[in-house]
Design a protein around this ligand. Structure first.
Ligand code: ADP
Ligand code: MG
Length: 384
């Protein structure tokens, strides 16, 4: 895929509206989790480049969480603004970032500030509704649009699609372009056996991609709440496990030898049970030891590995064994080309200090899977 990339001339003396992946975890003390800021680290080089190309102002936009079109103080981007300022300062970009809560204010009132961040775009319904008037409001903040948010580019939210049309010029940022180049190259080089590992909780985004993924990968190992949904759709009693019953029909259509599902589980309370023995009030929170053995042996044989999504509720040490074992198996397989991505997946790799052991770590989870599976990427089309 050919993306439109900017040159110095495109940026010089311009006000740039920069769409970034700002969706990082914020701890209860209101500070960005130190293991969850890789996405913010990747914003800094783009800022440095834009200013070195003579940008007059950079207006950073993005979202956090799912506030459903209305303000939710717990999902403010204010802590993100603070952390980004710290990270930028480390790289010598010692600018304050003006944080704007009301995005409909007149941008000319903020013309003197070099660096601006707007509040969580999903506080307004227009972002998810694809509202052209909302895109025009955002477009008033500058002349040049740059999308550097690969992790949001599988969606058709206003700020990754309509905004590109609402502004005079629209480009793919360097971070976005690097994701596309690395992931595109990854598929071309994918030696067999190619093992995909998919877990986590974003069932609605990920489930529809599994069929596409199984056409590319030789084996698809499924864990996390995603597996709960598939198992339940096959008539297995999953008790109080997290799942999405609206997707049972879709899940039941998944078939084929390439899918590996959990055969045992660690349930609430910490007990290990066979997958057919989950009690009515028990929830499956991690894959069990027999499943780990099966998954690990597939991973050891792989020449190409793609990983998105934890195998269980890994944030709780009682339910992190499956995810840890998968992580160790992936990095233990030195002959394989390994790729990982996703918000929580990055977090767990940062916690285990394993990011550098992967050939590439994508900031996108659903976006990475969609791209690799050949699905639609409206945010890329808008800057192609
Ligand atoms: P990523 O951001 O890496 O793409 P997701 O956002 O899809 O991953 O899901 C991550 C979340 O899934 C984690 O917070 C984890 O606690 C949760 N999770 C995984 N497995 C389970 C499970 N069996 N039950 C409940 N939550 C789970
Ligand atoms: Mg996530």
């Amino acid at each position: 895929m050919e993306l439109r990339q900017y040159t110095r001339e495109d940026i010089q003396s311009k006000r740039v509206v920069l769409r970034c992946d700002l969706d990082v975890a914020v701890n209860t003390d209101g500070v960005v989790d130190q293991y969850h800021d890789l996405r913010l680290e990747r914003v800094v080089p783009t800022l440095v480049e834009l200013f070195s190309f003579g940008a007059r102002q950079v207006v950073i936009i993005g979202h956090r969480g799912r506030p459903n079109g209305k303000p939710e103080p717990g999902l403010s981007l204010a802590p993100v603004c603070e952390r980004l300022r710290e990270l930028a300062a480390i790289e010598g970009l010692d600018e304050p970032i003006a944080f704007i809560e009301d995005i409909s204010v007149d941008p000319t009132h903020h013309r003197d500030q070099d660096l601006v961040m707007l509040e969580n775009l999903r506080f307004w319904p227009g972002e998810k509704n694809g509202d052209a008037a909302f895109a025009r409001t955002l477009g008033q903040w500058g002349e040049v649009y740059v999308n550097d948010a690969f992790g949001s580019s599988h969606r058709s939210d206003a700020s990754v699609t309509l905004l590109a049309q609402a502004m005079r010029d629209a480009f793919a940022g360097p971070e976005l372009a690097q994701e596309v180049a690395r992931l595109g190259g990854f598929l071309e080089r994918a030696a067999k056996p190619f093992v995909a590992i998919v877990g986590g909780a974003k069932i609605g985004t990920k489930l529809p991609l599994l069929t596409l993924l199984s056409q590319r990968a030789d084996q698809v190992l499924v864990g996390g709440a995603l597996a709960n949904t598939i198992l339940a759709s096959r008539g297995i009693s999953m008790g109080a496990s997290l799942m999405e019953s609206a997707l049972f029909k879709k899940a039941s259509e998944l078939s084929g030898q390439s899918f590996h599902l959990p055969i045992d589980a660690v349930v609430s309370g910490g007990k290990v049970v066979s997958i057919t023995n989950i009690g009515l009030h028990e929830a499956m929170l991690d894959i069990g030891p027999e499943t780990i053995k099966n998954f690990v042996s597939c991973i050891q044989e792989a020449k190409t590995i793609l990983w998105n999504g934890p195998m269980g509720k890994f944030e709780d040490a009682a339910f992190s064994a499956g995810t840890d074992a998968v992580a160790q198996a992936v990095i233990g397989n030195e002959k394989a080309n390994a790729l990982a991505g996703g918000g929580e997946t990055i977090e767990l790799l940062e916690r285990l200090d394993l990011v550098s052991k992967f050939d590439f770590v994508s900031t996108g989870g659903g976006a990475m899977l969609t791209f690799l599976a050949g699905g639609e990427m409206p945010g890329l089309d808008a800057v192609a």
